[in-house]
Ligand binder design. Structure first.
Ligand SMILES: *[C@@H]1O[C@H](CO)[C@@H](O)[C@H](O)[C@H]1NC(C)=O
Ligand SMILES: *[C@@H]1O[C@H](CO)[C@@H](O)[C@H](O)[C@H]1NC(C)=O
Ligand SMILES: *[C@@H]1O[C@H](CO)[C@@H](O)[C@H](O)[C@H]1NC(C)=O
Ligand SMILES: *[C@@H]1O[C@H](CO)[C@@H](O)[C@H](O)[C@H]1NC(C)=O
Ligand SMILES: *[C@@H]1O[C@H](CO)[C@@H](O)[C@H](O)[C@H]1NC(C)=O
Ligand SMILES: *[C@@H]1O[C@H](CO)[C@@H](O)[C@H](O)[C@H]1NC(C)=O
Ligand SMILES: *[C@@H]1O[C@H](CO)[C@@H](O)[C@H](O)[C@H]1NC(C)=O
Ligand SMILES: *[C@@H]1O[C@H](CO)[C@@H](O)[C@H](O)[C@H]1NC(C)=O
Length: 623
């Protein structure tokens, strides 16, 4: 196991080194053009044009042509060199919008050099009229290889430990940096495929290339970017904070080029692990006071104990950052007092409804998570779900940009642990499209994956799911179990999927008792959670006590497992959990409830009298 531990950290170190080296070479890397090849290229282009003209004439007079207009259109594109349909945008440019947007530009008259990317000849001519006093440079971008798809850039799985191969991203051609100074780069972005427009290689490539050009600005003078597109540019490459003006399809940005330079050092997609932007072992933080861990509780207080244990685990792992918890009005004062005692700074929020969810559905209020972006007194947030434990310090993630997360399935990230950058305008962006984007699972994860398609992969040990895939081989299962139990810990974070440990008896993982949940059962991971629980002060442990209905329900499911003669045999284990003997409501005779199970709807809160009542916030010297 030791070797494995080293390997993940090794990968990080090695990549760290590589980045440092690249970093040094980067900013002023202005390719020196070889005059010779340039001449050859020109000659080639001339020959090509002649051939194309010949083709054009032939095609024009051949009987199959019915739309000469269309032909001349595509011919124009060929001559310009942009024949790749992936890059072409047929969107009509609205020049009034453009003029309005440029009017919003503070130093419009000072624009000396303008770079134009992905416009056709007619449009390039128009630009000359729109910006008559500037030098116009027609930028040429080589297209990505045909076989580079979104799925190659965002593969479901990569060999993080580099057991068999070193994962590597395809290279996307960069723009040649012109010798002339550019003040404004204007790019036309395609927005195709309706529902899937944001997972588009050409669209990503054009944006990265434009960003790279801006970041390469000689002398670090300010370069602005103007995108012409009906869909919003990558929100975490071009932040809405840097949006100077938007008029319809014209988006003018004044990016912070230092930040842009750092982001461009990231892999193009999740095809490689991303590294903290600043080298390890150094201080990542500009201001630790503006960095926090955050989680959210909405609609039910079942997770209060989980959030308390999560806070305990963060402190045990050695982090001193702020802990912020968002709660809605369904969380009682009693529970809030416990959260505060555990170290959480509690913020009360209004829930956000998913307009596409059914009423009272389990995921109706999951969009409340968007409120994390309103925590604008912090620059960086590490969001963690309330049902996980931090085993090793993950403060280094504060050096990662929005959105850094582990992979989920397909091209998607898992929103259980993610780095984000609060910003009111990003919050508004999320709210603005709430009726438009459909979340594949009705949860926030599906939605956030539609908005932040350009996300950065962090090692899966940072959000390690307690889950055994049906297809896992026995050896893989054992390996996972060893990881759950390793002491000192190897995993950074265990994410407790399925039935939560505090809602089981401590004697064994009660996921064994549900046929459908057995894939989430691990006694070793379960025991690990209880170790953290036992390290908590007693005052906090009382928030993890079970209500009578919960005890009855656990016993009822154990009986079902017994009836089903489940082969794992956990149902035979005699329960010694001391919580079984502690009653915190007015019912207490849970065995009696069991006799009438299913006949009555037991509601907890009616019978629940917290004992002792809400706590006063006290110093937590014990933690
Ligand atoms: C406009 O020009 C002034 C003076 O030349 C400069 O201080 C300012 O930063 C410029 N603004 C922008 C947005 O480039
Ligand atoms: C795409 O094709 C090129 C050869 O044309 C090959 O070198 C490259 O590995 C391929 N890339 C992918 C992602 O398959
Ligand atoms: C969207 O794009 C992704 C990545 O290319 C692909 O896997 C997925 O099937 C597409 N979805 C739709 C609805 O087209
Ligand atoms: C994987 O992601 C797709 C969305 O791209 C979703 O439709 C599907 O249900 C997911 N599968 C699982 C097992 O989560
Ligand atoms: C963000 O909005 C909230 C109100 O919703 C406001 O209190 C806060 O100051 C805003 N933050 C910034 C940085 O403007
Ligand atoms: C929605 O939130 C609830 C409560 O936090 C959680 O149990 C559930 O898994 C979430 N659902 C989705 C689809 O994210
Ligand atoms: C339960 O399973 C065991 C072995 O798996 C078997 O020996 C026993 O007869 C079964 N009991 C019942 C009641 O089916
Ligand atoms: C329990 O609740 C369901 C729906 O909430 C209701 O249909 C049913 O009649 C209730 N059962 C009892 C015994 O109150």
């Amino acid at each position: 196991m030791e070797t494995r531990q080293r390997s993940v950290e090794d990968v990080y170190k090695r990549r760290s080194h590589k980045i440092k080296v690249e970093d040094v070479e980067k900013p002023f890397q202005i390719p020196i053009q070889d005059k010779n090849t340039k001449w050859k290229m020109q000659l080639l282009k001339l020959i090509l044009v002649i051939i194309l003209l010949a083709v054009f004439v032939t095609v024009l007079y051949s009987p199959t042509v019915c739309h000469p207009e269309h032909v001349s259109d595509s011919l124009a594109r060929w001559m310009w060199g942009g024949s790749d349909p992936r890059y072409v945008s047929h969107e009509e440019v609205n020049w009034n919008e453009i003029l309005d947007a440029l009017d919003g530009m503070p130093n419009k008259t000072k624009i000396q050099g303008v770079g134009l990317l992905n416009f056709d000849n007619t449009e390039n001519e128009m630009w000359k009229q729109v910006l008559p006093n500037s030098k116009h440079i027609h930028l040429h971008l080589d297209h990505a290889e045909e076989n580079v798809t979104w799925n190659t850039i965002y593969p479901e799985w990569i060999d993080e430990e580099q057991d068999d191969e070193v994962p590597s991203c395809p290279t996307l051609p960069k723009l040649e940096v012109p010798r002339k100074r550019l003040d404004l780069v204007i790019v036309k972005l395609p927005c195709r495929n309706e529902a899937n427009w944001s997972r588009d290689v050409a669209r990503l490539h054009l944006q990265l290339a434009a960003a790279g050009l801006a970041a390469n600005a000689k002398g670090y003078h300010q370069v602005q970017l103007l995108f012409v597109t009906k869909c919003f540019p990558l929100p975490n490459l071009f932040s809405c904070k840097e949006l100077v003006v938007r008029k319809g399809n014209a988006w003018l940005y004044k990016p912070n080029l230092n930040v842009l330079r750092e982001k461009l050092l990231l892999p193009v997609g999740s095809c490689e692990l991303s590294l903290p932007l600043k080298p390890r072992d150094e201080d990542y933080s500009l201001n630790v006071k503006r960095e926090a861990y955050a989680t959210i509780l909405h609609s039910a207080d079942d997770y209060v104990c989980g959030a308390i244990a999560a806070a305990q685990s963060i402190r045990m792992a050695g982090s001193t950052r702020d802990l912020v918890i968002l709660v809605d009005e369904t969380i009682s004062e009693y529970h809030i007092s416990g959260l505060e005692l555990a170290g959480w700074k509690v913020r009360t929020i209004k829930r956000i409804r998913n307009p596409k969810a059914e009423k009272d559905a389990y995921n109706e209020w999951n969009y409340s998570k968007f409120r994390l972006w309103q925590l604008t007194d912090y620059d960086k947030i590490i969001f963690i779900d309330a049902d996980l434990l931090v085993l090793k310090n993950i403060d280094f993630l504060f050096g990662m940009p929005e959105i850094s997360a582990t992979g989920n399935n397909g091209t998607l990230f898992n929103s259980g642990v993610m780095v984000l950058e609060p910003s009111n305008c990003t919050f508004e962006l999320l709210m603005d499209h709430i009726n438009e984007f459909e979340s594949y699972n009705g949860g926030d994860q599906g939605y956030l994956n539609e908005v932040f398609t350009w996300w950065h992969r962090i090692p899966k040990h940072i959000n390690f799911l307690k889950h055994f895939w049906i297809g896992d081989e026995e050896e893989t299962k054992q390996k996972k179990t060893r990881l759950f139990g390793a002491e000192p810990p190897i995993l950074y974070v265990i994410h407790y999927l399925g039935r939560k440990p505090w809602l089981c008896f401590r004697d064994y993982d009660c996921n064994w008792n549900w046929d459908l949940l057995q894939e989430f059962a691990s006694d070793v991971a379960h025991a690990r959670w209880w170790k953290v629980h036992d390290a908590m002060p007693e005052q906090l442990q009382q928030f993890c006590l079970l209500q009578s209905r919960q005890k009855a329900q656990l016993e009822w499911h154990r009986m079902q497992a017994e009836k089903g003669n489940y082969t794992d045999g956990h149902w035979k284990i005699k329960v010694h959990d001391p919580r079984l003997k502690k009653c915190i409501d007015n019912l207490c005779s849970w065995k009696g409830m069991l006799k009438h199970w299913g006949e009555t709807n037991w509601t907890d809160n009616k019978f629940f009298t917290p004992s002792p009542p809400a706590l006063k916030k006290a110093s937590l010297s014990a933690l």
